[in-house]
Structures are given as structure tokens and as C-alpha cells.
Design a protein around this ligand. Structure first.
Ligand SMILES: Nc1ncnc2c1ncn2[C@@H]1O[C@H](COP(=O)(O)OP(=O)(O)OP(=O)(O)O)[C@@H](O)[C@H]1O
Ligand SMILES: [Mg+2]
Length: 244
């Protein structure tokens, strides 16, 4: 048989099934709703997570696996502006504390880094810690502010032992959003589950931004700590420029 007509390029191309099972490139964080954790497609073309520690980590924390070693207490540089916050967060004790932390400070001063390090230290399969950017948390309400979506949010975020709400100032001053936050914080507190938050507003701005009753809950359910100083993003850029 003459096989000179065989499509040479076809031979090296993986079959459709192989293509489906091939790793697909990681997508940007948050873009696909799976925080970049898309590795393969199932038989219906839906993204699925591979079994393994990465999958468990993602399901328990909603953080990408590569953040596990990126944001730790060990690689956090301590300076005058962040020492108090560093000590408070790194020594926070899940055995004896059900009160969470409210980290206040300007952009780039390590608030999110510290709370991701807290997750890294304490999250286990039995004690789940979930990282929720505030915008993600309230997203279902922006499109469809229905009681069902409200129940969905409460159910999802009451469940984990530790909840980190990143950039809480993104919860806007609307009655509805404040009300959800109030309910969520109350339910978590009644179950003695700690809630942690970051916020880039000043103390005075916080007072103006949140409803009085939400503010009272933040104060009642969290211990406040402050980070100060220059943005590490800016410092990192400077040292890169100097290194060149
Ligand atoms: N003390 C530090 N040591 C090492 N890296 C740091 C430190 N503080 C911040 N960084 C790094 O700088 C970047 C910005 O920090 P981070 O995201 O924690 O800031 P933030 O206070 O949450 O800012 P924003 O309010 O804009 O969210 C991150 O890459 C973080 O790892
Ligand atoms: Mg942050």
C-alpha cells in the first residue's frame, strides 16, 4: 500500500481525547471563576481539576496552589510599619481565639500577604479557611439581588472555619450589601468562627464607609491591627530598577 498520501502532520497531532485531557494553559487569576486552576476538560468540555494536593488546596481555600509558598510569614520582611501586624497575625492562635483580625493600612503594605500566610499556616482539610475577595463575595448580588443569591452567599461563606474577606471596602455603602455583610458576620460569630478582613481605608474613612451597625460588628468580632509605611510594590519595583 502506498502511504505517501498519509497526512504526515496528522500523525503527530494528538487525538481528540488526548487533546481534551491535555493540560491547558493556566488562565489569569479570577478570570475564569476557577482562580487559574483549569488543567483539563472533562468529557463534556467543562474544566475540571485534577485530583491531588493542588485540588484540595484550591477547594478548601479558593487560592491557587502557587500562592501557597509565595505568601508566607517566613518571606515577609518585618519593618517598623508592619511589625505589630506581623506579630499579631503570625501569633494568632486558632486553638484559643475565635475573634478574627481586621487589618487596616495603605495599599501595598502587606495586608493580603499576611492573611494568605495565615491561611498557609492554619488551613487543613478539617479546618477550612477560605479566601474571598470582597468583590467576589458580593458578585452574585450585583447581577441578581434575590433572596436565593443572598442565601447562597451566606451558606457558602458561613461554612468554612476561617473566612478571609479581602478588601472589605469593596462592599459598598448600599443598604443591601451592608445588610448581607451584617448577617454573614453575625452568623459566623454565633458559631464562633473567626472572620479576617483587609481594608485600605483610614480609621476615619472606615467610620464613614460602613453602616454604624456593620462597624459595630467589625469592632466586636475582630481585633484591629494596622500596617503602615511605603508600598512594597513600589519598593520591589525600585529594587528591580536598581538591580538593572
Ligand atoms: N513585608 C513584606 N515583605 C515581603 N513582601 C511584601 C511585604 N509586604 C508586602 N509584600 C509584597 O508586596 C506586594 C503587595 O502586598 P499586599 O498585596 O499584601 O498589599 P496590600 O496591603 O494587601 O495592598 P492592597 O491594599 O493594594 O491590596 C505582594 O507581592 C506582597 O507579597
Ligand atoms: Mg490587598
Amino acid at each position: 500500500m502506498n502511504d505517501t498520501y498519509a497526512p504526515v502532520r496528522e500523525k503527530s497531532r494528538p487525538s481528540l481525547l488526548e487533546q481534551l485531557n491535555q493540560d491547558v494553559p493556566k488562565k489569569d487569576f479570577r478570570d475564569d471563576g476557577l482562580n487559574g486552576f483549569v488543567w483539563a476538560l472533562d468529557e463534556f468540555g467543562r474544566p475540571r481539576l485534577k485530583d491531588g494536593p493542588e485540588k484540595q488546596w484550591f477547594e478548601n481555600t479558593l487560592l491557587p496552589w502557587d500562592e501557597r509558598d509565595k505568601y508566607t510569614f517566613e518571606n515577609f520582611n518585618i519593618d517598623e510599619g508592619n511589625r505589630d501586624a506581623y506579630l499579631r497575625v503570625s501569633k494568632w492562635d486558632p486553638e484559643n481565639e475565635s475573634v478574627g483580625l481586621f487589618i487596616l493600612g495603605p495599599s501595598g503594605t502587606g495586608k493580603t500577604h499576611l492573611l494568605k500566610a495565615l491561611i498557609r499556616k492554619h488551613a487543613t482539610n478539617k479546618q477550612k479557611y477560605v479566601f474571598a475577595p470582597a468583590v467576589e463575595l458580593i458578585k452574585p448580588l450585583l447581577n441578581e439581588p434575590t433572596p436565593e443569591n443572598e442565601a447562597l452567599i451566606i451558606g457558602k461563606y458561613v461554612a468554612p472555619h476561617g473566612l478571609i474577606i479581602d478588601d472589605i471596602q469593596e462592599v459598598k455603602e448600599t443598604d443591601y450589601q451592608n445588610n448581607i455583610l451584617k448577617k454573614l458576620l453575625d452568623q459566623r460569630a454565633s458559631l464562633e468562627k473567626p472572620t479576617f478582613m483587609t481594608c485600605d481605608l483610614t480609621v476615619n474613612e472606615v467610620r464613614e464607609h460602613f453602616h454604624r451597625r456593620v462597624l459595630d460588628r467589625i469592632r466586636g468580632y475582630c481585633d484591629a491591627v494596622e500596617t503602615k509605611g511605603t508600598s512594597h510594590r513600589v519598593l520591589q519595583k525600585r529594587s528591580k530598577l536598581e538591580g538593572k
